[in-house]
Design a protein around this ligand. Structure first.
Ligand code: CP
Length: 320
């Protein structure tokens, strides 16, 4: 593996999940693989889970980790070429990325979308520039359109907790007070569609009208505009809000109640409930579910370490 940006960077899902679960059973088996190698984690946006789980994974592999919070501690970045930098930006991404590539063997980058410029966001302009200019392998810590470490974690968690060979997995839109990116649901859909193609599960997406995801991410999924109908026989429900892709970044009012609660849980096959976190209690997902036996959210967050560790391990093996 050279970079980790999407499901396209993984040839076989079953095999990477098995390798991640082996690392979970024996976290320090590769404790010298990353000796004298440095991982730089660059955050343009906040993070709890991605930051700490990736640090822990790198430490398990013997790496040194440096964290750069560009949003708070770095110079204001200019990302466009041909700009006379006489405004608020102080350092061009060409120099900033190249310098970080000099200090690190692998870089991780978190960069959320603007939710204003659909073309720039979906072209992954900033992420692609960072990869081009830094000159070392790059791991996505969530980009404008995808969150692959989260999606790999989710597949690991589904594999661990499934009770049938081909569980029914439902991605369920949920309410929110803010316009959120499509990165997590895009990525989850992309990974689940590939898992479905590999006969690992069956995948359904439920969302109200107006919240259709970009079709590039949902090929093969069953898409239903009715939550209760989608929940029938579900083994896993992945709860997540996202803003509109079509009317980019817009939030439409939704009359029906789309919050997942115990009444809706009763419609499922005693489904396990997942969410990438952070979650807004009793807005996206009810407290009764979060505090109840069907919630997998903490186990899921815990598995972030093994997703990061298997990805870093594969990139380190490719460096040698
Ligand atoms: N799920 C997730 O990526 O969490 P953080 O934003 O806290 O890293």
């Amino acid at each position: 593996m050279k970079n980790f940006f999407s499901v396209a960077d993984v040839d076989n899902l079953d095999s990477i999940v098995k390798e991640a679960l082996e690392l979970k059973a024996n976290p320090h088996v590769n404790e010298t693989l990353g000796k004298y190698k440095t991982l730089g984690l660059v955050f343009l946006n906040p993070s709890l889970r991605t930051r700490i789980s990736t640090q822990k994974a790198a430490t398990n592999l013997g790496m040194t980790v440096m964290v750069m919070n560009m949003d708070k501690d770095g110079w204001a970045l200019e990302t466009q070429d041909g700009v006379v930098m006489n405004g608020t930006t102080v350092e061009h991404i060409r120099e900033a990325a190249a310098v970080m590539g000099e200090y690190c063997d692998i870089l991780g980058l978190r960069s959320f979308p603007s939710l204003k410029d659909k073309e720039a966001d979906y072209n992954e302009d900033l992420f692609n520039k960072f990869i081009e200019f830094c000159g070392v392998p790059v791991v996505s810590l969530e980009s404008a359109t995808r969150h692959p470490l989260q999606s790999l974690t989710d597949l690991i968690t589904i594999t661990e907790y499934k009770k049938t060979i081909k569980p029914k997995v439902v991605l369920a839109w949920a309410p929110h007070v803010k316009a959120l990116p499509q990165a997590v649901p895009n990525s989850f859909a992309e990974w689940m569609c590939k898992a479905q193609a590999e006969n690992l599960l069956e995948f359904t997406i439920a969302h109200p009208a107006g919240y259709e995801l970009n079709e590039d991410f949902t090929e093969g999924a069953t898409i239903i505009p009715n939550l209760k109908e989608a929940l029938a026989d579900a083994d896993f429900v992945y709860v997540k809000n996202w803003s509109s892709y079509k009317e980019y970044g817009e939030v439409y009012p939704v009359d029906e109640n789309w919050m997942m609660d115990n009444a809706k849980l009763a419609l499922t096959n005693d489904a396990k409930i997942m969410h990438c976190l952070p979650v807004r209690r009793d807005l996206e997902l009810s407290s009764e579910i979060l505090d109840g036996p069907n919630s997998l959210v903490i186990k899921e967050a815990s598995n972030r370490v093994w997703a990061a560790q298997v990805v870093l391990k594969r990139i380190l093996e490719n460096l040698k």
